[in-house]
Design a protein. Structure first.
Lengths: 152, 115
């Protein structure tokens, strides 16, 4: 520890991985998740377009984990990491809840008239629209979602 | 998130301030539900103070819109900030919800009883 770059001066903005761990994530943690992702994107030196997209994506993914992956009343751990990628940022979100591949989320019908519009599937739809890459892996009981957002 | 209710002559203005997420959306569901159960189905959601929404906010707007219209009223939006408008837009909500530049215009869009 005590690395020179930790002092901040002259540090290359992209260096390192920013990590935020929630031992028992609940909906009350969402505001802190958004604040962490916004700050991390700022620190790794990506602009507000990338930052705002990843903030919204993180909120949606973590909301789903809390509400569906773990379920109400049984909070579990979530770890979020943000790092600089080639021309943007990469974010990974890990949880130990129920296995869920975002590819299985229903696609919302955005052209349906209001009477037939449904709110289901909007979360993952928004995540997809926010990022350039979305990957999912289940690895020894851990859901790992990787999101990449490139600068416009 | 803060919610302020302003009863106008024939329209109820629900002013929201702060961030709408899966935690705070519940308070908005309650507020909208209370108004509709009191018979106030002509609703304007004043969003000038809303700096952020996730899909949780969209869920509330959709549920409120459906119930208001089924009861003969409507939900209309006023003064939506750019960042929130982008989320509404990409989710197809701007084609089912009427958005007005300010609260006055949204309120005036509802016809008065004796006009």
């Amino acid at each position: 520890m005590g690395r020179a770059e930790d002092a901040g001066g002259g540090r290359e903005p992209g260096a390192g991985v920013r990590r935020h761990s929630l031992p028992a994530a609940g909906l009350a943690d969402l505001a802190a998740v958004r604040a962490f992702v916004a700050a991390a994107c700022d620190e790794v030196g990506v602009g507000t377009t990338v930052g705002e997209a990843l903030v919204l994506a993180a909120d949606e993914v973590c909301s789903n984990i809390v509400l569906h992956g773990y379920g109400p009343g049984t909070p579990g751990p979530i770890t979020i990491e943000v790092e600089r990628a080639a021309d943007g940022a990469r974010m990974t979100i890990a949880d130990e809840g129920r296995a869920f591949d975002p590819a299985d989320a229903p696609a919302p019908d955005l052209d349906a008239p209001w009477e037939q519009r449904e709110a289901g599937g909007l979360g993952w739809y928004i995540v997809r629209r926010m990022v350039d890459e979305l990957r999912y892996e289940r690895r020894s009981g851990v859901n790992l979602v990787t999101l990449v957002k490139r600068a416009p | 998130m803060e919610i302020t209710i302003d009863q106008r002559a024939h329209v109820t203005v629900v002013a929201v301030a702060g961030s709408i997420d899966a935690l705070t959306a519940d308070a908005l569901v309650l507020a909208m539900g209370e108004q509709m159960h009191a018979g106030n189905t002509r609703l304007v959601a004043a969003f000038d103070g809303v700096e952020y929404t996730s899909s949780a906010g969209l869920r509330v707007l959709l549920a409120t819109l459906k119930e208001a219209r089924q009861r003969g009223g409507d939900l209309r939006l006023a003064a939506v900030q750019e960042r929130v408008l982008r989320v509404l837009d990409l989710s197809g909500f701007t084609s089912i919800l009427k958005c007005y530049p300010d609260v006055g215009a949204a309120v005036a869009s509802f016809p008065t009883h004796h006009s």
